[in-house]
Structure formats: structure tokens, C-alpha cells
Design a binder for this molecule. Sequence first.
Ligand SMILES: [Cu+2]
Length: 307
Amino acid sequence: MRRALVFACLVALSACNGEKESASVPGSGVRTNIKRYPSTGVTKKFELTISEFDWEVAPGAIYQAIGYNKRIPGPVLEVTAGDRVELTLVNETKEPHSAHTHIVEFDTNSDGVKGGVAPPGGRVTVVWNASFAGTFPYHDHAGGSEGESGGLTAGLVGALVVHPPDDKPDVFHAVVLMDMDLTRYKSIPGTADDAGTITDGEFRGGHGFMHTLNGRAYEEWVPPFTAKVGQKVRWGVVSIGREFHTFHVHGHRWIGNDGVMTDNINLGPGTFSSFEWIEDNPGTWLVHCHVPDHMEGGMIGHYEVSR
Ligand SMILES: [Cu+2]
């Protein structure tokens, strides 16, 4: 009886996988039907300055950050599929740093691990082709004195957005999910423990201390995402911290990476997802990670849809 049940489950699973493999979802990063775009003949140039600065994760919570262009996350790099990109990094810190970029095509000189690293006080230019559409992470991978994860936790993270040339949205929202680290706070007005017990302050922890949407924590502080009814709204969500997260949007639904309808996607470290809809549901909606202490730890914001 049990064996028959297991067999039935296996059959169901393989049928399910077969369905996923043949799915074609534009902009969703499916594993088959990957579309490689021909060159546009255009070279886009970006320059990012890497420096140390104070970043306000939540009101009064000052983070000793290292980031691109004095912000967490770094600027959204927006290009068209088929573009060639020259990305120059100017490193004003005392450690080597880089911008390793997912999915794009490059050689090891532009990988950001051994090649493509900006030395302390120096600069480097990396070159890659944005041949595939979607939203992907870029992040430090140079492995300075704080190791491979030090730059990520300090704030050296960002999103690359590659739009198909013939399919641009009316509204695009890039979302970077990132975990902060208690040891990097210069000041934090009040803290609670990981269980959320607030003794003398206002900020609940989560694992390590606060989780962010685009570098900010809590719905009063995360700038609201906006759209109007009738617009084609595309989201590109990148997860780049050390925790697993979900991204949940109230009042909406879409086709997830696995080809199945969802309103809440799973994102492990270094993963990403793009999805879209034609907006038809006005109101102020919550967007948040569904891990309870991540949501309580700040990974929550608003999506405001007007008529
Ligand atoms: Cu989370």
C-alpha cells in the first residue's frame, strides 16, 4: 500500500516537472525556452563608486555601510537585452571590492572574483553582454578581510534590470531583499531580541538584526511601490542576504518561476524572479517576506495602486 502510494507520488512529481520544463513565461527566468537576444550594437556605460558611509536602515538606526554610490542597494542598472555594458568601479575603501553580476555573459576578467576587482583606492572596468532578459543581482565578490560575505552584509548589493527590447512595462519595481547585521550598527535607538521581545526599544530583530526591502526596514520607512490601474506593472525581485525569504504581494497573483500561479515566491540567497501583471486592483496593499520574524524585523512595505 505504502509502496503504491510512493510510486503514485513519483509519477505525479515527474508529470509536474515535465510541465515546468515546457512552460514559457516571458521574463520569468524559466529553465527551458531561454531566449538569448542578439546584439543591439549599443554599449551602455556605468560608473559606481564604492565607499563607506552611514545608512539609515530605519529612523535612527544608523548602519556603517559600504555600498555603491552611497546607497543600499546600489543604483538599479537598467539596460535593454542585447546591450553591451562597460561598468567602471571606483574603489574609495581600503579593501578590494567588485561587482559580480549574475546571468550576463563575461570572461573571468570581468567575473569580480580574481579578475574585475577594484583594488583599494583604485578602479577597474568590467565588460559584459546583457544577453538575457530579467532582473539579476550584482554584488561584491572580492573577498576582502571580512571574507566573501562581508561586502554583501555591508551593503555592496544591487539589481541589474534587462528589459526585452520589444516588451517594456509601464512601471517597473526593483526589489532587493537584504539582511543586516547587528555588529555594523553605529546607533540603534531600541532593540528587541530575536523572539521579538521588546524590552527597551522599538526595533525587533529578526536573525542578525533587521531585514530590508531596498535597504530600508518597516512600512513607514520603505518608500511605497506605486502603480495605476491599467498599467503593465513588472517586478524584479532579488534576494541577496544570508537568509531565505519569500516575497508576498497582497491582492495580486502571478506565474512564479516554477510556472505555477502564486502570490508569494520563495527566494534563497542569490536568487531572483521577474513577474508582471496588468494592474486592476486599487488600494494600499502590503508587500512583505512571509517569514514571521523577517516581517517583524522590517521586511515589509506598501504597494499603493491608484485609479
Ligand atoms: Cu525573509
